[in-house]
Design a protein around this ligand. Structure first.
Ligand SMILES: O=P(O)(O)OC[C@H]1O[C@H](OP(=O)(O)OP(=O)(O)O)[C@H](O)[C@@H]1O
Ligand SMILES: Nc1ncnc2[nH]cnc12
Ligand SMILES: [Mg+2]
Length: 187
């Protein structure tokens, strides 16, 4: 079986385990909940296996995960890839000197921080998160990686809200494991 087919088989099973919540956290949002994947070890393993298959032999020094939901699988994927894990957190959570970037999201604005001197200059980074919506969070993460002097080789997401065209904001390749919402939710 080709790698793409193998990933496709894993993705189909994972997709069947997502849950949708209309109008959460606010009116007009169809919330995609991927937490059921983590409740079953065999599904969590498949999630990590699928991303690992996609990454293949690419050189990766660090997986950078976005608080909060990028923390649910980022460290596990990093370990599977024999890479380090570095968190990007909401403001005021990380000790020592940090870089900070403000950004807009699908529902509101926010800030992200990374600790300075954690990503060596020139290191190869995978940025991971659960969902690519407007791309505001991922774009900010890319800016923080850049400020650190490192390089985003790829952005990895579990799902994408295609209609928001977040991937157009990002200056590196984007991989989404599961197909997402291709049009805006209407009741
Ligand atoms: O592409 P964007 O428009 O930036 O939106 C995507 C982000 O929004 C959600 O995070 P959120 O900060 O809402 O919550 P979390 O702390 O549960 O991850 C989601 O987990 C992504 O990180
Ligand atoms: N529709 C959505 N579902 C889950 N998480 C999200 N983050 C931003 N938009 C989202
Ligand atoms: Mg998030």
């Amino acid at each position: 079986m080709s790698t793409e087919k193998e990933i496709g088989v894993l993705a189909k099973e994972l997709k069947a385990n997502l849950k949708q919540f209309p109008n959460f956290p606010s009116e007009g949002i169809l919330f995609e909940d991927f937490l059921p994947i983590f409740a079953k070890p065999e599904l969590f393993q498949k999630l990590v296996d699928a991303f690992k298959l996609h990454v293949g032999d690419a050189k990766v020094d660090y997986v950078v995960g976005l608080e909060s939901r990028g923390f649910l699988f980022g460290p596990t994927l990093a370990l599977a890839l024999n890479a380090g894990f570095v968190p990007i957190r909401k403001p005021g959570k990380l000790p020592g000197p940090t870089f900070q970037v403000e950004f807009q999201k699908e529902y509101g604005s926010d800030k992200f921080e990374i600790q300075q001197d954690t990503l060596p200059a020139g290191s190869k980074i995978l940025v991971v998160d659960d969902i690519l919506a407007t791309g505001g969070s991922a774009f900010a993460a890319g800016e923080l990686v850049k400020k650190s002097g490192a390089e985003v080789v790829e952005y990895l997401f579990v799902m994408e809200l295609d209609f928001l065209k977040g991937r157009d904001k990002l200056g590196a390749p984007v991989f989404t494991l599961l197909s997402g919402q291709d049009e805006k939710f209407k009741d």
